[in-house]
Write a protein that binds this ligand. Structure first.
Ligand SMILES: CC(C)(COP(=O)(O)OP(=O)(O)OC[C@H]1O[C@@H](n2cnc3c(N)ncnc32)[C@H](O)[C@@H]1OP(=O)(O)O)[C@@H](O)C(=O)NCCC(=O)NCCS
Length: 146
């Protein structure tokens, strides 16, 4: 298996790749390029490649204040799952989130991604709340690392 390369989103190609991975894996919340650029201003975004092939992306959102949690979200394309990529990205993102301080670590999973829920629960996260956006059928589940 080719080596996994993970790097911060900087270039226009990386912005487009991060957006593509996000929008394919979270189709209920498609983002424009400008929305990704806006997130890049406040979150740590990374893209992951195996060789030249885009396999996933991550988001690490700093805590809003000292009493809030940092948020970690890992996304791997379905065809690249089950090979340990999610675990590697999660370990890296967790280290980044831990360096940001705040009160704990949370993740947010679109409930349709049942594998994502199982992955998060296996990693020690427990559900703390659900949010159903207006006019949508599937909630987003917030889980906290215990
Ligand atoms: C969650 C996700 C990142 C996992 O990616 P992946 O590359 O398949 O994960 P890995 O192959 O590294 O598996 C990591 C661990 O999770 C477990 N796991 C992964 N997918 C699973 C599933 N669908 N059901 C049960 N366990 C699962 C693996 O067994 C493995 O456990 P182990 O380390 O004890 O062997 C991927 O399914 C995804 O992108 N889901 C949609 C996005 C999402 O919901 N992200 C939220 C999680 S932060």
């Amino acid at each position: 298996m080719p080596h996994l390369h993970v790097r911060p989103v900087r270039s226009e190609t990386e912005i487009a790749d991060w957006r593509h991975a996000h929008n394919v894996i979270i189709p209920g919340d498609p983002l424009s390029l400008d929305e990704v650029r806006e997130r890049l201003g406040r979150n740590q975004l990374e893209v992951a490649y195996q060789g030249e092939v885009l396999v996933g992306c991550t988001t690490v959102r700093p805590p809003a204040d000292a009493g809030a949690a940092a948020v970690v979200i890992v996304r791997v394309f379905p065809e690249h799952r089950g090979q340990g990529i999610g675990r590697q990205l999660y370990t890296r993102a967790l280290e980044q989130a831990g360096a940001l301080g705040g009160d704990g670590i949370e993740t947010i999973v679109w409930a349709a991604n049942t594998g994502g829920l199982r992955f998060a629960q296996a990693a020690g996260f427990v559900e703390v709340s659900r949010y159903l956006p207006p006019d949508e059928d599937v909630p987003y589940v917030t889980l906290r690392l215990t």
